[in-house]
Design a protein around this ligand. Structure first.
Ligand code: 5IU
Length: 279
């Protein structure tokens, strides 16, 4: 369980993007990632614009958005508007793409296609199932991103999260061999793998390891949905299990008072962190 503060980890995390995220978390006093699974691009921008002060990160699924021929926004216009919001309000963008193919294929899926994910998503994630080539394929694309002349190094710094666990019922991440091999893969790629999607802390802090762990499946008003999602509370994942970031979707954008509810998740996530580092 990390007793270290986000602020001190922001000085020492091995990745540029990890240091940047930890410094945003620390200065905005929020470990809340908004997961936005709505299908209208303009609605996404509206909701993100409203909730921006409460969050450190927005998690997208770019491929669920609909861009009909008469859409007011094209895909690049949408991603550029989202990037402007991120800069203005100091949060990062995490595309929850869960890459799962061979290195050569994922390099095209990440850098090209219609979404050009690497251009605008600071963080993405991948399954370790196909083996280490998946990390190398993604990193090759991240390393080749051009630095913009006025840009800061963190503007084009990119990071990867490996899936160590999932929140859904009956998932097949229950093999300790699979999980420890995923950790080993991350250890061999520390300059690009910044952390994990997991239900709690991963790795060995005594050995000086610092992985950023993000946990989906967080909700304070429900224990699950009809399709296998399983929810935990912010206190459980941050304080009891030692995760760093709570990922919340329907718990926030499905509520009547989105801003008030986002503030409640922010406060509870933050207090759970404060209680953990005090303990
Ligand atoms: N998500 C999970 N569980 C996981 C992983 C990703 O729920 O193990 I990896 C995604 C799916 C959805 C969001 O985009 O996180 C959770 O949304 P709700 O808070 O609305 O359940």
């Amino acid at each position: 369980m990390s007793a270290q503060s986000y602020a001190s980890r922001a000085e020492t995390h091995p990745t540029v993007i990890g240091r940047h995220l930890l410094s945003i978390i620390s200065s905005k006093r929020t470990n809340l990632c908004l997961s936005i699974d709505v299908t209208s691009p303009t609605k996404v921008l509206d909701i993100v614009g409203t909730l921006a002060p409460k969050i450190c990160l927005v998690k997208t699924h770019i491929d669920i958005l609909t861009f009909p021929p008469d859409s007011p926004l094209s895909i690049p216009e949408f991603t550029s508007a989202l990037s402007s919001l991120a800069k203005e309000h100091n949060f990062l963008i995490f595309e929850d793409r869960k890459f799962a193919d061979i290195g050569n294929t994922v390099s095209h899926q990440y850098g090209g296609g219609i979404y050009r994910i690497a251009d605008w998503a600071h963080i993405t994630n991948a399954h370790s199932l196909p083996g280490e080539g998946i990390i190398q394929g993604l990193q090759k694309v991240a390393d080749a991103l051009p630095l913009s002349p006025q840009g800061q190094p963190e503007d084009t710094a990119r990071g990867l999260l490996l899936l160590e666990e999932m929140s859904s019922a009956g998932n097949l991440f229950n093999s300790s061999g699979y999980r420890s091999s995923t950790l080993e893969m991350a250890r061999r790629n520390k300059n690009f793998v910044m952390g994990f999607i997991a239900m709690g802390k991963v790795g060995d802090e005594k050995e000086g390891e610092d992985w950023i762990v993000m946990t989906p499946g967080v909700n304070i008003a429900s224990t699950g949905d009809a399709l296998g999602q399983q929810y935990k509370t912010p206190e459980y994942v941050i304080r009891e299990r030692g995760s760093d970031v709570i990922i919340v979707g329907r718990g926030i954008y499905g509520s009547e008072d989105m801003l008030g509810t986002a503030e409640e998740y922010r406060r509870r996530g933050w207090e759970a962190y404060e209680n953990r580092i005090k303990a």
